[in-house]
Design a protein around this ligand. Structure first.
Ligand SMILES: C[C@@]1(CC(=O)O)C2=NC(=C\c3[nH]c(c(CCC(=O)O)c3CC(=O)O)Cc3[nH]c(c(CC(=O)O)c3CCC(=O)O)/C=C3\N/C(=C\2)[C@@H](CCC(=O)O)[C@]3(C)CC(=O)O)/[C@H]1CCC(=O)O
Ligand SMILES: NC(=O)c1ccc[n+]([C@@H]2O[C@H](COP(=O)([O-])OP(=O)(O)OC[C@H]3O[C@@H](n4cnc5c(N)ncnc54)[C@H](O)[C@@H]3O)[C@@H](O)[C@H]2O)c1
Length: 215
């Protein structure tokens, strides 16, 4: 893989196939479900978690070995068995169908890779090392998790709401931009962390004051 195009994709209503049911498959299924995909898992054995996803109707589990037809009509295929030859066969089948294919034990056969991810509500941070060191991607993910804690989810919810409010109330584009910048300053990030229940009210009050002082 020479170059990657980072993209945040909504997989709603897209069928995605995961072949294999071990710990790695479980992780990949988890990220596909987080992206709203319709997930089909083909594997004779699966982990307890995968089994419970199937029982809850979150995925479809076909308990047998992979067959070529399994990938039909799928946007994404993930080959996550512990058999390199089977994984290579899945790769060839997917390439023939021009699908997105990820082969968990052979980075050279991937036309997309799964990044390490931090999610804080609407904030998504994705880290990739181009397959050079998944461990480093994981380490950086942990660092970012500490740096960007849960208050960012609240901050983004509020800023999103306030942005619409400010767009309606403040006609001057330059003033709008200044106010939006102020709302993502350390002061408001700290307020979201320390006073999550008051943050919205205080933001609305601050916006009113700013509008009054501009009149
Ligand atoms: C990020 C993450 C996302 C996820 O899986 O959800 C992910 N791997 C994670 C963890 C991890 N993977 C491995 C270890 C053991 C230590 C080590 O080997 O370093 C650990 C660490 C651990 O488990 O502690 C082993 C490993 N991984 C690959 C191979 C094959 C090879 O390199 O040949 C082998 C060797 C297998 C063997 O030796 O047999 C290949 C890939 N793994 C990728 C993604 C893609 C590149 C991402 C990038 O751009 O860096 C890529 C290319 C394909 C893909 O899977 O998309 C997830 C971290 C999630 C988190 O944040 O916790
Ligand atoms: N990309 C990554 O992030 C990463 C991380 C660690 C390991 N790996 C690699 O991923 C592979 C899988 O790791 P694991 O720990 O999940 O393995 P595992 O042995 O726990 O699971 C393998 C699964 O594949 C299934 N399987 C085997 N042959 C099959 C077939 N023909 N059709 C359908 N299913 C089949 C088995 O039933 C089992 O559920 C390993 O080969 C390892 O090298 C990748």
């Amino acid at each position: 893989m020479k170059y990657v195009y980072p993209m945040m994709a909504d997989l709603t209503s897209h069928r995605c196939l995961v072949v294999g049911g071990g710990a790695v498959a479980e992780r990949k299924i988890g990220s596909l479900l987080a992206g709203n995909a319709d997930v089909i898992v083909v594997s004779p054995q699966v982990t307890d978690k995968i089994k419970s996803w199937a029982q809850m109707g979150k995925i479809i589990w076909i308990p047998r070995l992979y067959q070529e037809k399994d990938g039909e009509n799928c946007l994404i295929v993930i080959a996550a068995t512990n058999d390199p030859d089977v994984n290579k066969q899945i790769y060839h089948d997917a390439r023939r169908r021009k699908q997105f294919i990820n082969v968990v034990d052979q980075p050279a056969l991937c036309n997309f890779i799964v990044p390490s991810t931090v999610r804080r509500g609407k904030l998504t941070l994705a880290i990739s090392t181009h397959g050079a060191s998944p461990s480093l991607a994981k380490q950086i993910r942990k660092e970012l998790e500490e740096r960007y804690s849960e208050e960012y989810a609240l901050l983004l919810e509020l800023v999103h709401e306030m942005r619409v409010h400010i767009q309606k109330r403040v006609p001057d584009q330059e003033k709008r931009r200044k106010m939006m910048k102020e709302l993502i300053s350390p002061k408001w990030i700290n307020i979201c962390r320390l006073h999550p229940n008051q943050a919205k009210e205080w933001m609305l009050q601050w916006i009113e004051q700013e509008i009054q002082s501009q009149c």
